[in-house]
Design a protein around this ligand. Sequence first.
Ligand code: FMN
Length: 196
Amino acid sequence: MKKIIIIFAHPTFHKSRINKKLISAVENLEGVTVNNLYENYPDFFINVKKEQDLLIEHDIIIWHHPFYWYSAPAIIKEWMDLVLEHGFAYGIKGNALKDKMAFSVISTGGKKEVYCKDGHNHFTLNQFLVPFNQSANLCGMTYLPPFVVHGSHTISDEEIDNFTQMYHDLIVMLRDEKINITELLSKEYSNNIFDK
Ligand SMILES: Cc1cc2nc3c(=O)[nH]c(=O)nc-3n(C[C@H](O)[C@H](O)[C@H](O)COP(=O)(O)O)c2cc1C
């Protein structure tokens, strides 16, 4: 069984429609740790040693947050800057994360169709996520396709429930090693593993 840690950040969680449901579906699963950064570090003083120890204990690292300014809420960047330290996560002696897996779980205001070359946002979501992808690579991790919920402004409660079930199933399958990782890596989004 793989151990999964969800590095979660949502500055206005009380107002969340999507991520509140996503998190509630996975937070009590065996083998899954939800690390809510804004709850644990409201003052932004991240306990680096504690975070690094948590990463060592887990096999799969998830950065889960709403998409903010084509990236992440600020505390995710602070966490990366401090926790993914030279000599720990990268560099000649920095191999603590080597051979682990990582990926992003993202909700966006924009619909899928605006995230393409000819769309309103001009780039795909995977292009915007390159800093996460390459940070994982630098740390010797395999970056899996993101799990994405688009269109937060217009999505129905029923659609959110479908994505919530999908997220739950994805986490359980990754935990129980029931997913062919080579096949998963060929997908645009991890969601696509459920395509009929
Ligand atoms: C400060 C801020 C920046 C945002 N930037 C983006 C963005 O760059 N692209 C986008 O599609 N949505 C953007 N949004 C919309 C959020 O991604 C959206 O509200 C969120 O994913 C909804 O999830 P929730 O229901 O869990 O709050 C932004 C929202 C805020 C408040």
